[in-house]
Design a protein around this ligand. Structure first.
Ligand SMILES: [Zn+2]
Length: 285
C-alpha cells in the first residue's frame, strides 16, 4: 500500500460540496397534482405475480400506484417512453440529482438526449423511514436489478426468475418480440420498497428486510406517455437472499388513475432538453 502523504489528514478533512445543487431544477406543482389525484378515477390494474413481471401503460397526466399486497415484497421498476423505448429511465443521473433513494416530490429522469422527468413521486407511505443507523433507506436508485449473469459469475447458477429476466419476458410478451430483442431495453431500476445502502467500512452495497407492509404504496404522476415494467423480485422482502427460489415472495399491485377533464389545466408535458446537441463539432479553437 502507498504511504500516506504528510498532509493526508488535512486532505481528508476538506468538506464535500454537492455535485449537483438541485435548487434550479424545475419544481413540480405538487398541489395541482394533489387536486387532480383527488378527483381521479381508477381505470385499470395489473397484478404482478411473485418472481415474475408485467408491463403496464400509463398515459401522460395519469397516476399509477404500486401497492404491497399479501406480504412484504420488493419491486424492480423500469420506465420507457411509450412511443420510443430508446428514451428510458436513467437511474444514475436520477441518483446524481436527487440522492441515493427517492421519495415524494422527486422524479424519475430519462436518458440522454432527453433528460426530462418521466414520472414524479406524489405519495410514499414509507416516507417516515428516513435513513436508519446503518445508512439504509427505501426506494433506491443505487442498485441495478438482480440478474442471471451476476448469479452465474458468482455462483455458476442458471436461474431464470431474476428481475432482469422477468422484465425481459414481460417486455417480450408486451411487444410480441423475442426475449433477445426485449432484453436490450431492460435497464437499471428504481428499487421500489427495497431498503439498501452502502456499508461505511467496506463501501459495499447492502440490503436489509424491507419495512414495507401490505397496504403500503408508492404513487407516481406520469409526465409523458409511459410504458412501465414491474418485477416482483425473487428476493421477496430482500432480508436474506435474491436470485433463487428460497425467499417467500408476494404479488405487487399496479393501479392506474385517470384525471378528470380540466384537472390538469396549467400543466404541460415536459419538452425535450434544451441543449443544442452540437457537442462543439465544427467550432474553432
Ligand atoms: Zn430482483
Amino acid at each position: 500500500m502507498t504511504n500516506a502523504p504528510r498532509d493526508a489528514e488535512a486532505r481528508r478533512a476538506i468538506a464535500p460540496v454537492i455535485c449537483y445543487p438541485n435548487e434550479t431544477l424545475p419544481v413540480p406543482d405538487m398541489s395541482l397534482y394533489a387536486r387532480a389525484r383527488q378527483a381521479a378515477r381508477k381505470v385499470g390494474e395489473t397484478l404482478v405475480p411473485p418472481r415474475d413481471a408485467r408491463c403496464f401503460a400509463v398515459p401522460a397526466g395519469h397516476f399509477f400506484r404500486i401497492t404491497s399486497v399479501e406480504g412484504p415484497q420488493v419491486g424492480d421498476l423500469n420506465l420507457w417512453n411509450a412511443d420510443d423505448l430508446i428514451e428510458r429511465f436513467y437511474s444514475g443521473k436520477t441518483r446524481a440529482l436527487h440522492g441515493t433513494h427517492l421519495t415524494t416530490g422527486e422524479r424519475m429522469w430519462s436518458s440522454f438526449p432527453h433528460l426530462r422527468p418521466m414520472a414524479t413521486i406524489v405519495s410514499d407511505t414509507l416516507d417516515w423511514y428516513g435513513i436508519d443507523s446503518f445508512g439504509g433507506s427505501v426506494h433506491d436508485v443505487i442498485g441495478t436489478r438482480c440478474d442471471p449473469y451476476t448469479g452465474n459469475l458468482l455462483a455458476g447458477t442458471q436461474y431464470h426468475h431474476c428481475c432482469h429476466s422477468n422484465l425481459t419476458r414481460a417486455l417480450a410478451d408486451h411487444l410480441g418480440v423475442s426475449p433477445d430483442k426485449a432484453e436490450a431495453h431492460v435497464h437499471d431500476v428504481l428499487n421500489v420498497f427495497m431498503c439498501t445502502g452502502f456499508t461505511r467500512d467496506t463501501g459495499q452495497y447492502f440490503m436489509k428486510a424491507s419495512p414495507v407492509r401490505p397496504g403500503d404504496y408508492l404513487e407516481f404522476f406520469a409526465e409523458i406517455d409511459l410504458l412501465g415494467g414491474l418485477s416482483a423480485c425473487p428476493g421477496g422482502d430482500c432480508s436474506a437472499e435474491h436470485s433463487s427460489d428460497t425467499a417467500p415472495c408476494h404479488p405487487l399491485l399496479v393501479e392506474v388513475f385517470a384525471p378528470i377533464e380540466g384537472a390538469l389545466d396549467g400543466w404541460s408535458r415536459p419538452g425535450p432538453n434544451g441543449y443544442d446537441r452540437t457537442h462543439g463539432w465544427g467550432q474553432v479553437g
